[in-house]
Ligand binder design. Structure first.
Ligand SMILES: [Zn+2]
Length: 440
């Protein structure tokens, strides 16, 4: 089994045409279930003048209305605690997973027992995708409990036949201890936590060659596909680093990179993926960046039809060099549609700042983007705050750093260099934008 290239060869290498036939069959079934079983969806479809049978091809999906997070929040407040889109009966429910609440009141999500089976299976597949094999020692530093990634990867280690250390996203010193003994071979956590672990490893005088860690996959926030960040994680931990993605409303670990590092492969037998232009709300052309919109093809308990993730990505449906046919998003998640910073007429995302900051070895991995109001002119001021490892380097790196930011973001933000250790470290998701503007 260990030598097998794919976890599920039939599904993963299925010809595109057959895969799309499977998707359409599952989509039709899902739409009928939602129309029949959910007042929320029935009202939405009726408002759009549609019945499930009107969707005859995958392209027809564009006629269906989007579902947004605000809408789910309002629905759950009006019909607590789960809204009127629980399509499967309560006796089939297995687990409750609310969203993290980083963008407001958490939205409740339910996994049925059948959903847990699917999630465990596709997570085993996405872990196999980046190289986890039976016998691996998996240090699972994704947060456990209500957050989705810790649980799904834990279940998957059972399917894969791995030895799991269910440490969760805490206790950095013990993370280091376990890397030494028993000697984890796989690390799962957020990219910012991986950098923090690498930083501590170095401070404790442990070389990456002294630990058996061989691969890591990093999700919960973007970054693993930013070249400079990937390089720092790989060098700092002595591993191959891959990108992972999931979100609570849709599901955990629904896409990971393969050894080609050619973008996140989606589990397309379970999800229909669209890339939609944020303003026109029309499908983007192949390769164009837009908002990731997802439809559950197999989710039983709380299915999402055209869920507007607000995450920006591109999509490539061409077969990958690894042989898998499931579509990929190159570069992973390229930003959040609502994290876009508009400054002096230019538009840019934190991921672009990250790309520049992490290409300077004189700087630490931490940075933040501070938005303030100039008291005299009442205009916005955008300041990039970075940490310089050695104070004496500040005058030397300021001009090239400013130049790099201007090239990438097409605007020159203010720059502030602080000493190493000033900015807050996180074990979970890093907060990169601090908005202190008087009027928002
Ligand atoms: Zn691939």
């Amino acid at each position: 089994m260990k030598a097998r290239k794919y976890f599920d060869p039939e599904i993963e290498t299925m010809a595109r045409e057959r895969l799309e036939t499977l998707q359409l069959r599952r989509l039709k079934h899902q739409l009928r279930r939602c129309y029949r079983g959910s007042e929320f969806y029935r009202q939405k479809f009726e408002a759009a003048g549609l019945r499930p049978d009107d969707i005859r091809s995958l392209d027809d999906v564009i006629h269906l209305p989007f579902v947004t997070k605000d809408e789910l929040r309002e629905e759950q407040q009006a019909y607590p605690p789960f809204g009127r889109y629980t399509v499967a009966p309560p006796e089939t429910w297995a687990e409750l997973h609310p969203s993290t609440g980083t963008t407001g009141v958490p939205v409740n999500t339910i996994w049925s027992h059948e959903d847990v089976k699917h999630i465990s299976n596709w997570t085993a597949r996405t872990m196999w995708n980046f190289g986890v094999r039976p016998g691996d020692v998996v240090q699972n530093a994704f947060s456990y409990g209500l957050w989705i990634a810790g649980m799904s990867t834990h279940y998957a280690t059972k399917e894969l036949g791995c030895f799991v250390i269910p440490i969760g996203a805490a206790m950095t010193e013990r993370q280091i201890d376990y890397l030494l003994n028993p000697g984890s071979t796989v690390l799962l956590c957020t990219p910012s936590y991986a950098l923090h672990i690498a930083e501590r490893l170095k401070q404790r005088g442990i070389s990456p060659e002294d630990i058996p860690l061989r691969i890591g996959c990093f999700g919960g926030e973007g970054g693993a596909e930013v070249p400079a960040t990937r390089e720092k994680i790989e060098k700092g931990l002595g591993i191959e680093a891959f990108d992972y993605y999931g979100l609570s409303e849709i599901g955990p670990t629904i896409g990971s990179e393969c050894p080609q590092k050619a973008g996140i492969h989606w589990v397309e037998d379970h999800l229909l993926i669209e890339i939609i232009h944020p303003e026109t709300k029309k499908p983007c052309s192949p390769g164009e960046m837009g908002v990731l919109v997802m439809t559950h093809l197999t989710k039983e308990a709380l299915p999402m039809i055209r869920y507007w993730t607000n995450d920006l990505a591109k999509l490539d449906k061409r077969k990958c060099n690894c042989g898998r046919t499931h579509a990929r998003s190159l570069g992973g998640i390229l930003g959040r549609a609502d994290d876009m910073i508009i400054y002096k007429g230019a538009k840019f995302y934190p991921v672009q700042v990250e790309k520049v900051v992490r290409s300077f070895p004189e700087l630490s991995d931490e940075f933040c983007i501070e938005l303030t109001t100039d008291p005299e002119s009442s205009t916005d001021v955008c300041t990039i705050i970075v940490e310089c490892l050695k104070g004496e380097d500040i005058p030397k790196i300021t001009p090239p750093l400013k130049h790099g930011l201007k090239e990438e973001c097409l605007v020159t933000p203010e720059l502030k260099c602080v000493s190493f250790g000033t900015l807050e470290r996180t074990t979970f998701k890093a907060k990169r934008i601090i908005d202190k503007r008087e009027r928002k």
